[in-house]
Design a protein around this ligand. Structure first.
Ligand code: HEC
Length: 436
């Protein structure tokens, strides 16, 4: 794919210049490389700051007073030393060379990674900047990037790599270390993890703690042998710095006795680690539900017909709900990156409920939890409209990827919604089956 070319387009001049050219990069080794690169970087940064001095400062917002608190709140989970993002943004020195790139990423809605468009359904843990925050960062990025008071010391921001929900009931270390080899930028690895449970349990959340946070890009944790076809075998779609959404205990995932978990991790190096092997051994955390009785979170798959021709730019498909349910969440399961998907519920009385609108991107698939359960009486229709043309503003702006160069979508799109019956039916975790 030409993702790489596009990334280079986006890289700010300064940072781009201090990345040695590909051939040279291989020749530079070890500490020497670090020193050389750092020296070049410092020189370029100094030169560019000198250049910047001629650029009028029009921004009334400064990094120290206005921008830093926003970046700390919104970007620090990843853009911090040893984080998953390619660079820290936690000091003025770190951030200012990226000002133009920050502007572009924010305008395109790429950062912070979230992918759901505002105004189409209410979602929990929404990761978008407020209009005010956006205004502050954009004004600073385009208005000369003032640092503010030079004597002002900003608090150091360090990587937080800990269990968001506290220590799990069951911490399961992956059976072995995995190393992304020196000559590869990414790799997907599948692990099988015995849960070791002697009895069936209800589970309210499953989470992951990366061993090497800078390289663990995403993970899918699923039940290897789900009990019933409608059960949800996907326990977690993990992303760096995301907020796990614990179920309230009355609704839970079922973990059969002796269950095996499948863990599929996508490892990806940032350019900082190009040419270096990086090893990881992550840990999966399981949180049990407190109650003996709960109702299982079920899955309703929503699958499109195969796109008919390569030219077909929109695909509309529906799924009728055959029981009174409440929808709690949705997730893209198999969807190509850089398409738009809109999902609405058409209720039997003809009224519509917005569920979600997604601009999909590689790597950032997550489960989206609706702010409030969406009641879907029997006979409701879930309608999905997928626009397969490239909606990516950023790529279009740079002319890097047009819909003509995008590979045509030929396989069916797969989404899923998570539901519970509208009338609670509680049971123990070992009880097999349920009504559908
Ligand atoms: C969940 C982790 C995460 C958060 C939060 C996040 N980023 Fe990123 N960011 C990344 C990753 C990973 C990349 C590398 C490109 C990619 O894979 O999308 C990236 C890339 C970027 C780039 C482009 C770098 C390049 O190589 O061209 C910019 C600029 C950026 N982020 C700015 C921000 C800003 C500003 C925020 C906060 C408002 C933010 N990001 C929040 C993970 C994150």
């Amino acid at each position: 794919m030409n993702g790489c070319a596009m990334r280079n387009h986006r890289r700010p001049l300064v940072a781009q210049a201090f990345r040695p050219a590909k051939g040279r990069r291989a020749a530079l080794k070890g500490l020497k490389a670090v020193v050389v690169v750092a020296t070049i970087a410092t020189a370029i940064m100094a030169a560019s700051r000198h250049g910047e001095a001629h650029k009028a400062i029009t921004s009334k917002y400064t990094f120290n007073d206005d921008v830093f608190p926003i970046l700390k709140e919104r970007c620090a989970r990843c853009h911090v030393e040893r984080g998953v993002a390619p660079m820290s943004l936690m000091t003025f020195k770190d951030a200012f060379p990226w000002a133009e790139s920050i502007r572009a990423e924010l305008i395109a809605g790429h950062m912070p990674p979230w992918n759901a468009e505002e105004g189409f359904g209410d979602l929990k843990h929404a990761r978008t900047l407020t209009a005010k925050e956006l205004d502050v960062v954009l004004t600073w990025a385009t208005g000369g990037n003032p640092q503010g008071n030079l004597d002002q010391a900003l608090p150091p921001v360090t990587l937080k790599n800990e269990w968001t929900m506290g220590a799990p009931d069951l911490a399961l270390k992956l059976p072995s270390e995995f190393t992304v080899p020196a000559d590869k930028m990414d790799a997907t690895q599948e692990f099988t993890l015995p849960s070791g449970t002697k009895e069936a349990r209800w589970v309210r959340a499953v989470d992951l703690l990366p061993g090497t946070p800078s390289v663990v890009r995403s993970a899918v944790i699923y039940l290897k042998s789900p009990g019933t076809p409608a059960a949800d075998p996907v326990l977690a779609l993990w992303l760096p710095g995301h907020d796990p959404e614990p179920l309230d205990g009355r609704v839970a995932f079922k973990l059969p006795a002796g269950a095996e978990l499948g863990v599929r991790i996508h490892y990806k190096k940032t350019w900082q680690f190009e040419g270096q092997p990086i090893a990881d051994r992550s840990t999966v955390g399981v949180y049990f539900a407190p109650d003996k009785e709960a109702q299982e979170l079920l899955t309703v798959p929503i699958v499109s017909p195969p796109p008919t021709t390569a030219k077909d730019q929109t695909l509309t498909f529906t799924r009728t709900i055959d029981e009174d349910v409440q929808a709690l969440a949705m997730r893209p399961e198999e969807v190509p990156p850089n398409i738009t998907l809109q999902m609405i519920a058409v209720l039997p009385d003809g009224s519509h409920a917005q569920m979600i609108k997604l601009n999909t991107r590689a790597d950032w698939a997550r489960r989206y939890w609706f702010e409030k359960p969406i009641a879907l009486p029997r006979g409701s229709r879930i309608e999905v409209v997928a626009n397969l043309a490239n909606p990516d503003i950023l790529s279009e702006a740079f002319g890097a990827i047009g819909s003509t160069t995008k590979p045509p979508v030929t396989t069916p799109l797969k989404l899923a919604i998570n539901v519970i019956p509208a009338k609670p039916k509680l049971s123990g975790p070992a009880e097999a089956g349920h009504h559908r």
